[in-house]
Design a protein around this ligand. Structure first.
Ligand code: ZN
Length: 359
């Protein structure tokens, strides 16, 4: 991985944007997409897509979509003591919420805050060690009272997003950051567009990122209507399950891009499956099969318009939906290769073959 790619990953993963409040990432994406595409489209909820227009209007429209949002929280109530009750935006394991640093985003500015925790001293003689729920974790920005919090611009509906620095780890093969789900998708699509910048492509390429994936694949609906793709690729990150064993589990760091064959809202159809397998085999791209308990935007997008052949180009990462996610650079490179080859080679006969095999 070159310096420039690491810099992009660091910038994107340190940006703070939870569901419905993606503006920080949206601005970044628009700026970075602009020199790589012919035009930028934005849907009504804030999804942004760069379009590389093919001169032939009949050429296939191939859409790649990451998502900009990361899991976070929303302030629902300011207590008299100036702390905040919250509700989660996206899925959180309550055991990873306490004792972390966050940024509270208000109309008057961003403030550092932390999630409350109970010192061991105060647990002595109580039975409180086990039960943790987000309802009884408060967020604390250091305000002395409700009035003071309000004076600093805090209001219900404000967002709270993890705050953490991205670092390259000792072996230089892995990175720790927050929000690899799904700044991975944002980074790899910019990277791929840059790689094919001077190539003549055989289809219209639409690449960018949806909003509100983490709260139920909401952004993918409007964006697919806007972009009218013939095929749709979600580009997303999934949980690795490889700490104790790789026997019978899915998502192993360093073993290549994920070929998602099934999740609760999506089935990889024959045409797309054979196409992706053929692309990976032909170019020697490492891949691993993946069966998921969670969904991606492919789950929403494939049901849109008249039914859009879809797939997911994934990577896995350990400890997703926390402040500290670890992922492998080689998986990122494998996924990037996959996307670059699709961008370079997808043409009308590819589309015909995919549709025929599905039929
Ligand atoms: Zn997620």
């Amino acid at each position: 991985m070159n310096e420039e790619t690491f810099k992009r990953i660091k910038q994107l993963t340190e940006l703070q944007a939870t569901s419905g409040f993606e503006h920080n990432v949206r601005e970044y994406m628009k700026t970075q997409l602009a020199p790589l595409v012919d035009k930028i489209e934005q849907d009504g909820l804030g999804g942004v897509f760069g379009v590389r227009e093919h001169q032939d209007k009949q050429a296939p429209r191939v859409m790649f979509a990451a998502h900009m949002d990361e899991v976070g929280f929303m302030v629902t109530h300011i207590t008299d003591r100036g702390l905040f009750k919250v509700t989660s935006l996206g899925g959180w394991n309550p055991y990873v919420v306490s004792a972390q640093r966050f940024t509270l985003q208000t109309k008057q500015g961003d403030y550092t805050c932390v999630s409350s925790s109970v010192p061991p001293h105060l647990l002595r003689g109580t039975n409180q060690s086990g039960d943790i729920s987000i309802d009884n974790i408060l967020f604390d920005a250091g305000f002395e009272s409700k009035d003071e919090a309000i004076a600093y611009g805090v209001r219900p509906g404000d967002t709270i997003v993890p705050k953490v620095e991205t670092e390259l780890l000792a072996n230089k093969k892995r990175i720790v950051s927050k929000a690899w789900d799904n700044r991975y998708g944002c980074a790899v699509l910019l990277d791929a567009l840059q790689t094919v910048k001077d190539d003549t492509l055989k289809s219209t390429i639409i690449a960018g990122a949806n909003v509100q994936e983490e709260v139920g694949l909401r952004g993918a609906k409007g964006s697919t209507v806007l972009c009218q793709p013939d095929v749709f690729f979600a580009v997303d990150c999934s949980p690795a399950d490889d700490l104790q064993t790789t026997n019978g589990t899915f998502g192993h760091l360093g073993k290549g891009t994920l070929l998602r064959i099934l999740d609760p809202g999506f089935i990889l159809l024959k045409g797309m499956k054979e196409y992706l397998l053929d692309t990976a085999e032909t170019h020697g791209i490492p891949y691993q099969y993946f069966v998921s308990k969670g969904g991606t935007d492919a789950g929403a997008a494939h049901q849109m318009n008249t039914g859009i052949p879809s797939a997911v180009i994934g990577v896995c990462a350990r400890y997703i939906h926390t402040h500290q996610t670890i992922f492998a650079i080689e998986d990122y490179e494998a996924a990037k290769e996959m996307i670059v080859h699709i961008m370079r080679t997808f043409d009308s006969s590819t589309l015909d073959t995919i549709k025929r095999m599905n039929g």
